[in-house]
Design a protein around this ligand. Sequence first.
Ligand SMILES: [Zn+2]
Length: 255
Amino acid sequence: MMTRTFIRPALAVALLALLPTLGSAADCPGNPDALGTARVLTVDPAVTPAVGRKHFPVTLPLQPKEIVLTFDDGPWPGTTDAVLAALRHECVKASFFMLGRNAAAHPALAKKVLTDGHTVAYHTYSHPLLNHMSVERAEAEIDRGFAAIDQAVYGSGSHTPKTPFFRFPGFASSPALIELLTKRHITVFGADLWASDWNRMRPDHERMLVLERLAKTHGGILLFHDTQAQTAKMLPDLLRDLKRQGYRIVHVVPR
Ligand SMILES: [Zn+2]
């Protein structure tokens, strides 16, 4: 018993000492003042089957001012390239919930998301509202997305996704589909806040809107669309704002 009580605090101190190095500016070539990625969070579908307070009672175990950046609907030439460049400049890692049809049409860009170190996740093949279909058709659409995205990104695909993270198009889930994904050990990602970037607005307006919402939610899972030019445009300035305001970026990865 005595040894245990001594080892545990020592281990905790050692682990804590390692944490700041992850996001330290020295790790970001060419940008000594980079926002950086503060920590990596492993997400296990057995522990968190569905997350995001907009639609579910729970979210990821995040501290105040921690943000998980997520981008939906890509990859899309031009806008996704610009988003990747902004993230790379700040040494920030995000998650991309891709569409199968876009990954199939732009496999090199889909691969680039992975080689840049981001998490590749899934958002169906062609973005239908799954709660308007039979469960069987909805599952086929989800599986087609898994296979097409993994084929584009990894060179081979099946109905078992390489990373068990899925987001419903339009957040149009149903209890039956959530149960099905839970049984298949896939975490359903909702969001804690979003940029509303499906509405057309000036990039600066979108940036201010996101900062206002973050101030209210104190961080969380933040949803953008890497297909939107206004999002790609405001992202470099937003990441600077996040750094100035003391937010920390958390990168979610599978177990
Ligand atoms: Zn979408």
